[in-house]
Design a protein around this ligand. Structure first.
Ligand code: 5GP
Length: 182
């Protein structure tokens, strides 16, 4: 089978729009978390760009800690099975701590739903979710998103941490991709 080639297409969210939205989110999260210690857990690799911009826009006197998890979906040929494998876990206990999961994009919802169940069992004081992009039309399992950057249509996107086969994470804007020849 010949691999389909893709090219980057139009900008869906510009770097300026992203920066503005992230400042709003950081302000809301900081207001909700004032006086508490906040553990921000980024999901590698896609959420790294978003997380680093988000925490740098939080007030300097907010007690913020940062950690990461790495997960991969067990997939069959055509569709995510909804089972997630932990490749790297959080480095410390989250019991009685205020945890914010930061993810690049929510699509079917399987990844976040699995992570919420897993982390909830570790008895955090609170557990919230923050996603930059939400493809709500594609949801297969219900997941509560506490902080959302942008709702977006059903399109595959790259840039600002999001990749296609490892490429295009470094792009400053978020683009849709299209098949070459279409
Ligand atoms: P879910 O488990 O919600 O279906 O999928 C979440 C994961 O799918 C994201 O963390 C991301 O890795 C991947 N994903 C879903 N949609 C897109 C997309 O449009 N672009 C990229 N680069 N990854 C996506």
């Amino acid at each position: 089978m010949v691999e389909q080639e893709y090219r980057i297409d139009k900008v869906l969210f510009s770097r300026g729009e992203i920066a503005e939205r992230i400042s709003d989110l950081a302000g809301r999260i900081a207001a909700d978390m004032r006086g508490r210690e906040l553990l921000v857990v980024g999901i590698l690799n896609g959420a790294v760009f978003f997380l680093t911009d988000l925490v740098r826009r939080m007030p300097e006197d907010l007690d913020v800690r940062v950690d990461f998890m790495s997960v991969s979906s067990y997939e069959n040929a055509t569709k995510s099975s909804g089972v997630v494998r932990i490749l790297r876990d959080i480095g410390s206990s989250i019991e009685d701590r205020h945890v914010l999961i930061v993810e690049d994009i929510i699509d079917t919802g399987y990844t976040l739903s699995y992570l919420l169940e897993l982390l909830h069992a570790r008895k955090p004081a609170s557990l919230k979710t923050c996603v930059l992009l939400d493809k709500s039309a594609r949801r297969e399992v219900a997941v509560h998103v506490d902080y959302c950057g942008f709702s977006m249509p059903d399109a595959f996107v790259v840039g600002y941490g999001l990749d296609y086969a490892g490429r295009w994470r470094h792009l400053p804007d978020i683009h849709s991709v299209s098949a070459v020849g279409s």
